[in-house]
Unconditional design. Structure first.
Length: 443
């Protein structure tokens, strides 16, 4: 048993017993009330999930096991000569609740490197699909093709004890995370680089190897990839990709099936696809305004025009956050530290001007609870700066990162013995009767 696995078991076993006792003693206690509006509007704000890995606070932003993004950028181990955290570290933190040492992160990276060989039939499957296939479709299909390797599915068919589910979920999750950079890079080179592929470099860390296999050797690209993979890793359990992975996994579908389902949710324009929507919107605005760097006044007029046409300003607003997304701020900091000293970038400058102009306009409509930017408002501009201009591919990068959080959560789901998710539902007629009953009681 590897050292990370031993540490996870040491934490999960007593916690599973604690959860069982908590349900027995306190299971009838109420966490709060919910409204008819919440039932109709996507269950927003209803506490109905357990997610151990991260928590999103409307005012504080995302915290991973209690640590904010600025704290993680400072405290997590880094690559040699690097200044951004290694994503291996945030996976370790989410799984164990402890900040890893440099040695523990290097050990985890070596573990992933040993697991990173992708079966040939996965590449054969991708090669048989039309060249016009969207990268996220290719990504989901590749994950499904790897399901042939599931140790959870194989063990379940043979018959295993419930107490051992976590073990096989751990093995599947570790194998899947290890192989995703290779799969993502293969899709990128197949779609955009004449199907000319680059072999992995086992000496590189997980994120840097992804940049290398995509064809980007510049140090700052590898630095960006490490930060990108860290800040996109998780966003508590209620977002579509995390919730879908949890939901499908609750049926004891193996991690490959569960993760592929989550990625199909991530591919939606209201979730992970939003990062490419932002860049499309900015490029279209710049084109309509004659190219170059627009003024703030021109941007303000274009934002108003967007709203008048009944469209949203992509990258702004969030279902939970009520402040500027700390992940947006981390990317601002990256731009200021590593790009501006070598010369400003027009797209990144436009992102900053939109940030200065958009919130008061959005707030002035009286219809938007959160007029502030989220992570998607900046991520595409940084990728474009380094020559990764194929914005259809951006959500695949998001998906590689999100694997860290949703699969760490899935391991915990199996360790704690969470049952199949099956919430109740109600008809609109039932709602009508409930309203009538409430009104009658008031009279």
């Amino acid at each position: 048993m590897d050292s990370l696995k031993e540490k996870f078991l040491a934490k999960a076993k007593p916690m599973a017993a604690e959860v069982k006792a908590m349900i027995k003693e306190h299971g009838d206690k109420k966490l709060g009330e919910y409204t008819i509006a919440q039932v109709y509007q996507g269950m927003k704000g209803i506490t109905g999930l357990i997610t151990e890995t991260s928590k999103l606070d409307p005012e504080e932003g995302i915290r991973f096991r209690g640590y904010s993004i600025p704290e993680l950028r400072e405290k997590l181990p880094k690559a040699p000569k690097g200044t951004e955290p290694l994503p291996e570290g945030i996976f370790y933190l989410m799984l164990t609740g402890e900040l890893p040492t440099q040695a523990e992160v290097l050990d985890l990276g070596n573990n992933w490197a040993r697991r990173a060989i992708v079966p040939k039939h996965v590449f054969d499957t991708l090669d048989k699909l039309p060249s016009s296939t969207h990268p996220m479709t290719l990504f989901s299909i590749a994950v499904m093709a790897m399901q042939t390797e599931s140790v959870f599915a194989s063990a379940y068919r043979k018959g295993i004890s419930k107490k051992d589910y976590w073990d096989y979920a751990y093995e599947d999750s570790m194998n899947l995370i290890a192989r995703l950079p290779r799969v993502a890079a293969y899709i990128y080179r197949k779609k955009y680089k004449n199907n000319e592929h680059i072999e992995p470099d086992p000496k590189l860390d997980w994120a840097a190897n992804l940049a290398h296999m995509m064809g980007y050797e510049e140090f700052d690209v590898k630095r960006l990839m490490r930060m990108y993979m860290t800040i996109h890793a998780d966003h508590e359990g209620g977002n579509v990709s995390a919730h879908t992975t949890h939901l499908v996994g609750s049926a004891l579908s193996d991690p490959y099936l569960a993760f592929a389902s989550g990625m199909n949710g991530l591919a939606g324009p209201l979730h992970g696809l939003a990062n490419q929507e932002v860049i499309i919107w900015i490029l279209e605005m710049r084109k309509q305004l004659g190219g170059g760097l627009p003024t703030k006044e021109q941007i303000a007029d274009y934002i108003k025009k967007t709203l008048e046409e009944g469209r949203v300003v992509p990258g702004y607003g969030h279902a939970v956050l009520r402040k500027t997304d700390p992940r947006f701020e981390a990317q601002q900091d990256f731009y200021s530290r590593y790009i501006i000293p070598n010369g400003k970038d027009d797209l990144c400058e436009i992102v900053q001007m939109v940030y200065e102009v958009a919130p008061p306009i959005l707030e002035g409509t009286g219809k938007i609870k959160n007029p502030w930017p989220n992570v998607d408002a900046h991520s595409g501009a940084l990728l474009m700066h380094f020559g990764i201009t194929e914005f259809d591919f951006y959500t695949v990068l998001f998906g590689v990162s999100r694997s860290l959080g949703v699969l760490a959560s899935l391991i915990w789901d199996r360790a704690l013995g969470h049952p199949i998710e099956r919430p109740g539902s109600i008809t609109t007629e039932g709602i009508r009767k409930k309203i009538a009953s409430i009104e009658k009681a008031k009279a």
